[in-house]
Design a protein around this ligand. Structure first.
Ligand code: MOS
Length: 734
């Protein structure tokens, strides 16, 4: 029964959020709360020679200043610092020793009676260093790149096929370092109760942080509980534990009292980022648009201590029909913190390069860019040969094109205008993986028709509370107001981090598994009643609806749940079940989208406005039209930022970020956003998982940067391959 699933249900936590009742990690109070402020390194690489805290300690209200010399004990093996999603390498240890690995690294934690005192005292801490030479510039270190194993097997002889193709396109595309900039600052409040800690942390995975803290502090599992009931945006920046949570716990252990630590926006820039990358694409085709060869080489960056990388090149391998394909991937190690996942990691960037290159190939072929995509359309994953569990990209193209009016596009660049503005229309394809993870859900149903659904997953702002309530309400046959969702608490049944667009599918199917166990238990109770209307019914023959157990075959055969429980003499039913998903199998699992963009470019000034964006998305079953729309629209707007605004700039002489604030790191604001239309294309999928859900968190951004870049070319006849496309690049003579 689906009363709620698929509808535009408003957020069940909406009222709490807009009234301020929802509390975030830096908003928890505790008696005797101490406040922290972090002192960060001003050099990139070297060692701390001396830290002088004497002036800072004289400030009234300062409690203690922790450095690597006087901090409480911490574990000393790499293993202890490896969180669930850590890349290969030797994880960074906050305040562990005197070694400096990046500019902005924490070197001291000042704890005081209030935040202002801590911040002021932190400014008085003096640090002397022995400095070593550093490297932070990706472009100047390309010669030192290390080759990685390509993520997918090559097919055919791509070099030869490219060389002998009639129509060829080759170019390099670059994406700068970008930062997540969630609205909520990174924060942790460690509440001390006689040696045990409850840590409110801004994180996408409470159990990941809990296990990590137990490792770092050699604590027993019941000594540290991690809570994150609300999160003001994560986008990947909260997948791994951030250093402030370690410092907050260090502080609490040193003072034996509660500590709150909120980082500054500037300090957040030294935690994680989307790695800059340079990608070379070669496309070889026949004059009719049939692809002969795709090659995709990507060079990305990481720290000196961990090899973070994702598979930028895989998307090119699987998306389009091409007999030959090859990939290369290399990594440059720099004196910066380790890069991390940022919305649609590897697809936002890899698909940008591929889809901009496809547009350039279409120009070379004198072919409509959409027609080229249709010519190369593949019903199977080209890398593995596996068919898709479902793929309604064709319908995305056609519904998106229809809504946009694509058939009115003139082929030649600079051929459409509106007064001083050149008009450009561009399009691109988007793709992401439909992932799912093992998860455990506990449901407690009480005789008064109320249910509590519990799982340690997070709601990173995407609407997880709401979809969990919708699915549970439908599965248990209760009004949504009778469902209480508990999440974001490490003591709840296990869930991996919320990321990769995998939680909606995972937790929804998890709720189905556990609801079915509740149904089975209730059916047994109903059948134990004298003259039961459900005598002989099998579990699969009944559903829970309207507070009753009802036969699907004969809807008049019902037993009220309350009656069954009363007869059994119990007041509540609890089930906790783990759900696992088959990995791999005989199908590829992907979501797809088609993005259409209109830009208007002022011919004299080069100012670019994105006046229309249409995104048509095929992502299996959509659980909630309202939150899904918000998700995809947010992703599309972020794609505008990636195309036109976002860029983290480093002064390489000092290895320091110059625009570590949201005044100088530009993101789209309301005035930049005009018409954004989101279309969900029907896509029934009986294979991917029982509910047919594929996830939506990442797909929104994918394809948007290329669609806009392609529109800018169509408007101006000028191809800027180096993101972001700023007006200086556009107006500069080639
Ligand atoms: Mo997402 S980048 O896995 O939060």
């Amino acid at each position: 029964m689906t009363t709620y699933i698929g509808t535009a249900t408003s957020r069940v936590d909406g009222r709490d959020k807009v009234t301020g009742a929802a509390r975030y990690a830096g908003e928890y109070d505790a008696p005797d709360l101490a406040h922290g402020s972090v002192v960060t390194s001003t050099i990139v690489k070297g060692r701390i020679r001396r830290i002088d805290t004497s002036e800072a300690m004289k400030v009234d209200g300062v409690l203690v200043i922790l450095t690597h010399e006087n901090r409480p004990p911490m574990a000393d093996s790499d293993k202890a610092y490896e969180d669930d999603v850590a890349p290969e390498g030797s994880p960074y240890r906050p305040l562990y020793d005197g070694e400096i690995k990046f500019n902005g690294q924490p070197v001291a934690l000042v704890l005081a009676e209030d935040f202002e005192t801590a911040t002021y005292a932190a400014s008085l801490v003096k640090v002397d260093y022995d400095e070593q030479p550093h490297v932070t510039d990706l472009e100047r270190q390309l010669g030192n790149a290390v080759a990685l194993d390509p993520p997918a097997k090559p097919r055919g002889d791509a070099a030869k096929a490219f060389a002998t193709s009639d129509i060829k396109h080759q170019a390099d595309y670059s994406v700068p370092i970008e930062h997540h900039n969630p609205m909520e600052l990174f924060a942790s409040t460690a509440v001390w109760h006689d040696g045990k800690l409850t840590v409110y942390d801004k994180t996408q995975g409470v159990q990941n942080v809990q296990r990590y803290l137990c490792g770092v502090f050699e604590a027993k599992p019941d000594e540290i509980r991690v809570m994150s009931p609300f999160m003001g945006g994560g986008f990947g920046s909260g997948l791994r534990p951030q250093y402030q949570v370690v410092l907050a716990v260090l502080g609490a252990r040193a003072l034996k009292r509660s500590v709150r630590l909120v980082l500054t926006r500037q300090q957040m820039y030294m935690i994680g980022y989307r790695p800059a990358m340079i990608q070379r694409i070669q496309l070889g085709a026949k004059p009719d648009g049939t692809l002969n060869a795709i090659t995709h080489d990507a060079t990305t960056m990481t720290s000196q201590y961990e090899d973070f990388h994702r598979n930028e090149t895989t998307w090119s391998g699987l998306l389009y029909k091409s007999e030959a394909a090859s990939y290369a991937h290399s990594l440059v190690r720099l004196d910066l913190p380790t890069a991390c996942d940022m919305r649609a990691p590897s697809a936002a960037t890899g698909v940008y390069a591929l889809e901009a290159a496809m547009d350039e190939l279409a120009v070379a072929l004198k072919m409509d860019p959409l027609e080229l995509r249709l010519k190369c359309y593949s019903d199977s994953d080209q890398s593995t040969g596996l068919p898709f569990s479902s793929k309604n990209l064709r319908e995305c193209y056609s519904q998106g094109a229809e809504a946009f009016g694509w058939n009115k596009r003139s082929f030649e660049p600079r051929s459409m205008r509106d007064g001083n503005d050149l008009i450009g229309w561009g399009m691109a394809t988007g793709i992401w993986e439909a992932l799912q993870v093992p998860i455990t859900v506990r449901i407690t149903l009480t005789g008064n028709g109320h249910a509590e659904v519990a799982c340690a997953t997070s709601d990173i702002g995407t609407g997880t509370y709401t979809i969990m309530a919708q699915v549970a309400a439908d599965m248990l046959g209760l009004p949504i107001d009778n469902i209480t969702v508990k999440l974001g608490d490490s003591t709840l049944p296990p869930s991996p981090v919320e990321g990769g667009s995998w939680i909606a599918a995972s937790v929804s199917n998890g709720i189905v598994t556990t609801s079915n166990a509740i149904r089975d238990e209730l059916l047994k109770m109903a059948q134990a009643m004298p003259n039961s209307a459900l005598k002989g019914a099998q579990a699969d023959d009944v559903v829970l609806t309207n507070g009753s157990i009802m036969s699907k075959k004969n809807p008049r055969s019902t037993v009220m749940v309350a009656d069954a429980m009363r007869h059994a003499g119990i007041e509540r039913v609890t089930q906790e079940k783990a759900t696992k998903f088959k990995k791999g199998g005989k199908h590829a699992h992907n979501t797809h989208s088609a993005i259409f963009a209109e830009v208007k470019v002022d011919e004299q000034l080069g100012v670019i406005r994105v006046t229309r964006l249409v995104g048509a998305v095929a992502a299996g079953r959509i659980l909630n039209l309202k939150t899904a729309h918000s998700q995809v629209m947010g992703g599309m707007i972020w794609g505008m930022g990636m195309a036109l605004h976002e860029e983290t700039l480093i002064d390489h002489r000092f290895g320091r970020i110059m625009n570590a604030n949201i005044a100088e790191y530009h993101v789209p604001v309301n005035a930049d956003v005009h018409n954004v239309e989101v279309i969900f294309v029907d896509e029934q999928d009986d294979i991917v998982n029982p509910m047919g859900i594929k996830g939506l968190g990442e797909i929104g951004i994918v394809g948007v940067p290329a669609a806009i870049a392609n529109a800018v070319y169509h408007a101006t006849g000028k191809r800027v391959r180096d993101l972001p496309i700023t007006l200086d690049k556009l107006t500069r003579d080639a």
